[in-house]
Design a protein around this ligand. Structure first.
Ligand code: ADP
Length: 345
């Protein structure tokens, strides 16, 4: 288990102090894919570098399986770091070395006997689906392939923890998908704990078991990924979730006295329940579906439906009360300057 206790990181520059991380407490369980999301500058990268002590915290403690590693030095620190692999946004491969040599360097650094290196490199390249590109240089590989070499290198010494710093942010959607799949497979096979920071909520939805939301140096909310998207507690979380889940609105849909816009969320099995047709049958209202989609978060469905409800205020109220019983959540969508509130990215 990874435990961060009261971690703060302050950078001092000439006459300025930057509080990059402020009193963060976090527990990450073995075998979990834990995500940290939040806007740029929130302190995500600094926090993740504290875990392998690439960044020494100004205050607080880092514990791995109960052992306080915060003040380890020399050989002991190196030994702990060997148990943690790391991958980066821009891959950090050695451009003048082949894929195989990039991986072999990590094994040499850990004094793996020469005669064992070749076999292990082949095994790792096979694991990331690049057995046939052993002799390719990074410049000859796609972004996704480069990241796969970096993953193989990070796993070379069989770490228990893999830290990923915006590892898919430089990749196109197909390559991102490929990396997400590989990380899921590896986690399954190797019992690895993965800490993954990103500002890409699409990645969060698919990959993370649990996630923390960070803003201005603080982790403000931690929860199961599905709950983060369906029951956000903090405004920043709700905004991040809304940006991922929402459907855009045509401008012409301004509300009138006789109509209002509602956003309905469905979860689990009820994701496609036929409540809308029931509405019109049981109440004096017209319900028009403006837009709908089903998202999958950790493979579980979350339906988002935007409806226009027309009718007298009293009937609309009854209809809404019915909806609130039937679906997971109902939100009013208000129009401001032609944009739906909370919808803009
Ligand atoms: P994120 O990963 O969420 O984008 P970072 O951890 O990179 O955020 O940065 C958090 C804050 O700390 C930013 O204001 C950044 O400018 C500052 N920062 C990060 N690293 C350093 C450093 N080595 N020296 C000074 N300031 C830094």
């Amino acid at each position: 288990m990874i435990e961060l206790r009261n971690i703060s990181v302050t950078f001092r520059q000439k006459n300025r102090e930057i509080s990059a991380v402020k009193d963060v407490n976090l527990q990450i369980n073995d075998g979990e894919i834990f995500g940290i999301v939040g806007p740029s500058g929130a302190g995500k990268s600094t926090l993740v570098r504290v875990i392998n002590l690439l960044q020494i915290p100004t205050k607080g403690q880092v514990l791995i399986d109960g052992e306080n590693i915060t003040h380890l030095q020399g050989a002991k620190l190196r030994a702990v770091r060997l148990k943690m692999g790391m991958i980066f946004q821009h891959f950090n491969l050695i451009s003048r070395a082949t894929a195989a040599d990039n991986i072999a360097f990590a094994l040499k650094a850990n004094h793996v006997p020469k005669e064992k290196i070749q076999a292990r490199v082949t095994e790792l390249l096979t694991q990331v689906g690049l057995a046939d590109r052993a002799n390719a240089y990074p410049g000859e590989l796609s972004g996704g392939q480069k990241q796969r070499v970096a993953i193989a290198r990070a796993l070379a010494n069989r770490p228990k923890i893999l830290l990923c710093d915006e590892a898919t942010s430089a990749l196109d959607p197909e390559n991102t998908e490929e990396i997400v799949k590989i990380l899921q497979e590896i986690r399954q096979k190797e019992q690895l704990t993965i800490v993954f920071i990103t500002h890409q909520m699409e990645v969060a939805k698919k990959l993370f078991d649990c996630m923390g939301v960070m803003i201005e140096g603080k982790v403000v909310e931690v929860n199961d990924t599905y709950d983060i998207f369906t029951k956000p507690q903090e405004k920043v979380t709700a905004d991040l979730a809304a940006r991922t889940l929402d459907v855009s609105l045509p401008q012409a849909l301004a509300q009138t006295d006789q109509a209002e816009l509602l956003r309905l969320f469905y979860v689990g099995d009820k994701a496609d329940a036929p409540v809308i047709s029931t509405l019109a049958k049981n109440y004096q209202v017209n319900a028009e579906i403006i837009h709908g989609k089903i998202e999958y978060i950790q493979g579980k469905p979350l339906g988002v439906l935007l409806i226009k409800l027309e009718g007298q205020a009293s009937e609309r109220q009854k209809a809404r009360a019915f909806l609130e019983k039937e679906v997971f959540r109902v939100e009013s969508v208000t129009m401001e300057g032609g944009e739906a509130n909370g919808l803009d990215a």
